[in-house]
Design a protein around this ligand. Structure first.
Ligand SMILES: NC(=O)c1ccc[n+]([C@@H]2O[C@H](COP(=O)([O-])OP(=O)(O)OC[C@H]3O[C@@H](n4cnc5c(N)ncnc54)[C@H](OP(=O)(O)O)[C@@H]3O)[C@@H](O)[C@H]2O)c1
Length: 309
């Protein structure tokens, strides 16, 4: 089969090459991949990826070989799933605990956006659960996770401030659930829940605006900057929490099958129109390098998707 392979020396860091076909296993099916989406973390990781590895976390496609123990979906089932690597290929082996059936109404391209970005938004909101129907601040709101977070927090009745980096990036965010769009962090305010992915000064500002008893969920550092914050100011916000979040360990901790369950929920929400998928860039996988650059350059409104053709 063909796959996009990490070649750190190559100009784009990726090459489309022949690699061995994956084989199914116990509680692991083989999926013919039709579409994948890119995530900032995996794209940034390409530079340091081991030569010859196949990257890729999010995928949607069709089961072509069932698990050897008969668990999971049957051959022919349309699915959406996630892996720790290896999705950017014609075929991928996927644990049944990280796989959900795909309603016919949801395209492979739409489904491929859901795993990492959708589950991160959903889980981060759950962590701040008791604050999530109050005043919510979402940083990096124009990106993949941000656009899902706006909608999921909106369903809880939150009053949401969406933070973007420049004016044009705020287009369409109010339609997704933002009450207010702020270019840069707001100068003042108090928030019960902050979903924070930019790091640096953005995280410091979040810690200075979290309400007593509120929660800052820190799941990214898109800026790459370190954070200096006023400790005295933070602890006087009595009961306020800073929660470090990483999706894969979070899913492992919450037990087998919970990722599949939550993916199933997200896919059904898309099918019924309760969750909009925002694909800002969709290209064939022979144009992966263009999609990678666009995402790193903050040119993608929402998710970047590759069709595996
Ligand atoms: N911990 C986890 O398990 C986990 C899971 C998913 C994602 N993440 C992380 O969460 C962050 C958001 O993920 P995503 O998939 O939504 O990424 P994305 O689609 O690339 O969006 C990132 C957003 O961050 C904003 N941003 C602000 N300052 C930035 C800077 N200096 N450099 C780059 N972007 C900047 C950009 O908005 P503007 O262009 O409007 O400024 C952009 O919309 C990423 O850092 C990602 O690695 C972590």
């Amino acid at each position: 089969m063909r796959a996009l392979v990490a070649r750190p020396g190559a100009e784009t860091g990726l090459a489309l090459e022949e690699v061995p076909d994956p084989t199914p296993g116990r509680r692991r099916v083989v999926v013919a991949v039709r579409a994948v989406s890119l995530n900032r973390g995996e794209v940034k990781g390409l530079a340091g990826a081991a030569e010859g590895t196949v990257p890729g976390w999010d995928l949607a496609g069709e089961v072509v070989e069932a698990a050897t123990d008969g668990s999971g979906p049957a051959v022919g089932t349309r699915v959406v799933g996630m892996v720790g690597g290896g999705a950017w290929a014609e075929r991928a082996v996927v644990p049944v605990d990280f796989l959900a059936p795909l309603p016919d109404e949801v395209s492979f391209e739409a489904a491929a956006t859901l795993p990492v970005a959708g589950l991160t938004a959903q889980r981060a909101i759950q962590i701040g659960d008791r604050c999530a129907d109050g005043r919510v601040l979402v940083t990096g709101a124009a990106g993949g996770v941000g656009r899902f977070a706006l909608q999921l927090a909106g369903h809880l009745g939150a009053e949401i401030t969406a933070v973007v980096g420049r004016p044009g990036r705020g287009a369409g965010l109010q339609e997704l659930g933002a009450t207010t769009v702020s270019v840069g962090m707001p100068e003042r305010g108090e928030f019960d829940l902050v979903l924070e992915s930019v790091g640096g000064a953005s995280l410091a500002a979040a810690l200075a605006m979290v309400a007593p008893g509120g929660c800052v969920v820190s799941y990214g550092c898109s800026s790459g900057e370190d954070t200096t914050f006023d400790v005295r100011d933070f602890y006087r916000r009595s009961g306020a929490r800073l929660h470090g979040f990483q999706l894969f360990p979070e899913l492992q901790r919450s037990g087998p099958g919970t990722a599949a369950h939550d993916l199933d929920t997200l896919a059904r929400m898309v099918a019924t129109g309760h969750l909009q998928v925002q694909v800002g860039l969709e290209v064939g996988w022979d144009e992966a390098a263009r999609a990678v650059s666009a995402l790193l350059d903050r040119q993608v409104d929402g998710k970047a998707v590759l069709r595996i053709e």
